[in-house]
Design a protein around this ligand. Structure first.
Ligand SMILES: [Zn+2]
Length: 371
């Protein structure tokens, strides 16, 4: 037992006032907190019991929270928001899901016809979609957005900063006798540009349309990371390899890509270059992986620039996926659902007006059989 206001030992948990010593207000607050805690626990248990809807729980640690601010929702529009939420919670009407309630639906992918049309397959695992260049197109679209934000960062903040920044702190702070000693500054590195510090000759290369050529002054290789930033004066090179896997595979894809370029990293280091091998991911549903934020922080992108980097990717990706996933991959399902909704609306209108006809019951049964 630790008295209130007294210092507890290291590792001692949060002190809670005993119920007996609480006044009415405190008891009311504590009771509400307890109820909320219980409700949250129940909710987590419920998610776990829903196999389809709880898929996100397996990858939520790898990604950033969705930006569902009013500003972002208005920008996206109704259909986009609906698409994102249904994709995340696994309720998007794919052929595989429709087959659960519609006997006429075979549940196969509408493009390849050889595999189940699950969301994961449609968004990132279909061979036909890959051959048609859909995934590459999406990847390049995301890469373009990332490149433009990084280019802006290099141009405005790193290579030609408006405010002059001292590269190293040259002053020594003397402390008068009796004065309090202040802790070290939050940002030891004055320029705060992470690995891009100490140089202003950073060059950015991006592998858009397969045109990238690895800088020959560093090493000779056939490998082409998606984004390269290098400085000849400091002999430092950073590269980002971008992947757009399904959210379930973000962590695996990250390791795979780091491993793929580890040999190249050693080669660069042997040639006397400091090398930073980074893998970034933007999920196929449009949920941004934490790796992108970490990589952005490593090159000093922060504040609005970093926020913009993440937000732009998110929208660009959804514009792409929604376009073909709903309109091309499963048009018949969407049409069928729309007709069901219409008939349901008609029946409920009839019921309200007291004009329900004999055939309505058949229609009701039909509409329920789909849901
Ligand atoms: Zn397929």
């Amino acid at each position: 037992m630790v008295q209130p206001g007294k210092r507890a030992g290291i590792g001692f948990g949060e002190w809670k006032k005993p119920w007996k010593k609480m006044n009415t207000e405190e008891r009311k607050k504590a009771a509400i907190e307890r109820v909320q805690e219980n409700l949250n626990k129940e909710r987590v248990v419920e998610y776990g019991s829903l196999e389809l809807q709880s898929g996100w729980a397996r990858w939520r640690e790898d990604v950033l929270a969705l930006d569902l601010s009013w500003n972002s929702l208005f920008k996206m529009g109704d259909s986009m928001v609906g698409f994102i939420l249904r994709a995340v919670y696994g309720t998007l009407v794919t052929s595989s899901l429709a087959a659960k309630w519609d006997e006429a639906e075979d549940g196969m992918c509408k493009l390849c016809r050889t595999e189940r049309g699950t969301l994961q397959h449609i968004l990132s695992g279909c061979k036909v979609a890959l051959e048609q260049g859909r995934y590459t197109w999406r990847h390049d679209k995301v890469l373009n957005q990332i490149q433009s934000q990084v280019a802006y960062h290099l141009d405005k903040r790193v290579n030609k900063p408006k405010r002059s920044v001292s590269l190293q702190s040259s002053t020594i702070g003397f402390i008068s006798a009796g004065a309090k000693v202040k802790g070290p500054p939050k940002c030891q590195n004055r320029s705060g540009m992470g690995v891009l510090t100490e140089a202003r000759d950073w060059v950015l290369l991006a592998d858009v349309n397969g045109k990238l050529k690895f800088p020959s002054e560093v090493t000779t290789t056939r490998l082409r990371p998606d984004l390269i930033i290098y400085s000849t004066s400091t002999k430092r090179i950073v590269w980002w390899e971008l992947t757009c896997p399904s959210e379930e595979r973000i962590s695996a894809a990250h390791e795979l890509k780091l491993d793929r370029y580890s040999g190249l990293q050693v080669e660069c280091q042997e040639n006397g270059w400091s090398c930073y091998n980074m893998a970034v991911e933007v999920g196929a549903r449009g949920v941004v992986a934490k790796s992108l934020i970490k990589a952005a922080a490593a090159i000093g992108m922060r504040g609005r620039a970093r926020k913009k980097l993440v937000a732009v990717d998110f929208l660009a990706l959804h514009n792409v996926t929604e376009d073909w996933e709903l309109k091309n991959a499963a048009p018949n399902i969407v049409r069928r659902l729309q007709s069901i909704e219409k008939s349901r609306q008609r029946i409920s209108d009839n019921c309200l007006q007291g004009k329900q006809k004999t055939n309505s019951s058949t229609a009701w049964r039909k509409s329920f059989s789909y849901h």
